[in-house]
Design a protein around this ligand. Structure first.
Ligand code: FES
Length: 390
């Protein structure tokens, strides 16, 4: 007997510890029960009590417990399916409070519903697992002596496997097909739901619709050649048309503006809709006389005198850059404090996480003295864009 083995078999604290070294043949000869008990002994674990939760199979109480677990997993599956259905089919397009009605109610329910069903599904899977563990995993009371840890050797691996397999067997998981099926349904549907979240945003082909609705253009794109796109302020009434002239803004002041086309004047739906288009808002800024910001190459004539128009959508992650600090001449984004210098440069970011200048809208004044856009932006607005070079 080796010195090592002698030491391992030495009596400690009044009981003999089993040897640690076994040949493959010895391990193969042991039953699972023997391995389980050997594993406990090797870990200095004393099993005080190890009760089979259902010593008599098929009782009414056992079936009731089984149905309780199955009910949780079924609820998880149904919630996950409801989540997927709401995520895909619910009308999520923005509806303003002014439009009100059923559309406004449905729009407002979208986020609460997807949160409710996804949360309920995750909760129900967790609850089902907890109930299963409480009702079907053998109830054991064990005492383990503390000792220094060491790496797992073959006997540890096999005895641990035996312990886990024994617990699994005693819980009757293999023969409880109702629980297995409902767990598969609940966890499967939940997995499908999380997959829908991951790939849902990629399903729409941005090039499927060419023209003004294509994601390559913004609301400032004329719908037909020569169409005038005016700069319109938001007065709070989505059906009010208030166009801007240069004298409407004081030096150092600014205004948030939206596109307006004459053909929409009588169309209340379009007048309201353009105010909520994410690519539409623009900051029209009047710099103080004498300001001479550096122009961007190829955009030297995008301003009208001291008036400059920049997309209001932050190039970081898309918040509205709605604060203009007159003293420093910077546009501020309140979300992560990006700052864009409009008094010295072409709205280049000078602070914060944004890395791209705000896109500039080319503007001029028509023969009646109203501001109009010369054409659409020449680069994508907003934070992210596929197929962008810089
Ligand atoms: Fe503007 Fe982050 S969204 S700084």
């Amino acid at each position: 007997m080796s010195e090592n083995e002698t030491e391992q078999q030495r009596e400690e604290g009044g009981h003999e510890r089993p040897k640690r070294q076994y040949t493959e043949a010895e391990l193969a000869e042991m039953s699972r029960d023997e391995k389980m008990r050997l594993g406990l002994a090797l870990d200095d674990v004393e099993l005080v009590s190890y009760q089979d939760p259902w010593p008599v199979e098929g009782t009414r109480a056992e079936r009731r417990a089984e149905r309780a677990v199955a009910a949780w997993f079924t609820l998880a599956g149904l919630s996950a399916l409801a989540f997927i259905a709401v995520f895909i089919f619910w009308p999520w397009d923005y509806v303003s409070p002014q439009e009100g009605g059923r559309g406004y109610l449905l729009y407002n329910l979208y986020n609460p519903l997807i949160g409710l069903f996804l949360g309920l599904s995750i909760f129900a899977v967790g609850a089902g697992v907890v109930v299963y563990a409480k009702k079907f995993i053998p109830h054991e009371v064990a005492v383990q002596q503390r000792h220094d840890g060491h790496g797992s050797d073959e006997v540890d691996r096999q005895t641990t496997t035996a312990i886990l397999a024994d617990a699994g067997d005693r819980s009757g998981f293999a023969r409880r097909s109702l629980i297995r099926r409902t767990l598969g349904f609940g966890a499967g549907a939940l997995g499908l739901g999380t997959g829908v979240i991951a790939i849902g945003g990629f399903v729409k082909d941005p090039w499927a619709t060419e023209g003004p609705d294509s994601l390559a253009h913004t609301a400032w794109e004329p719908e037909k050649p020569g169409e005038k796109i005016y700069l319109r302020r938001d007065t709070g009434d989505p059906h009010d048309v208030s166009l801007l002239r240069p004298e409407d803004i004081d030096a150092g002041g600014f205004e948030t503006v939206y596109p307006f086309r004459e053909t929409d004047r009588e169309d209340e739906h379009k007048l309201a809709e353009v105010l909520r288009r994410s690519d539409a808002p623009v900051m029209l800024i009047r710099l103080r006389p004498g300001s001479a910001p550096v122009r961007r190459k190829g955009q030297e004539d995008f301003n009208y005198g001291d008036y400059y128009a920049y997309s209001k959508v932050c190039t970081h992650v898309g918040c509205p850059t709605s604060l203009f600090e007159q003293q420093t001449g910077r546009l501020l984004c309140p979300c992560h404090q990006s700052q864009f210098d409009v008094v010295n440069t072409y709205a280049k970011p000078v602070f914060g996480p944004a890395t791209r200048p705000l896109p500039q809208l080319p503007i001029t004044v028509d023969e009646q003295g109203y501001f109009v856009a010369k054409h659409d932006f020449i680069e994508p607005v907003g934070p992210a864009y596929w197929e962008r070079n810089a």
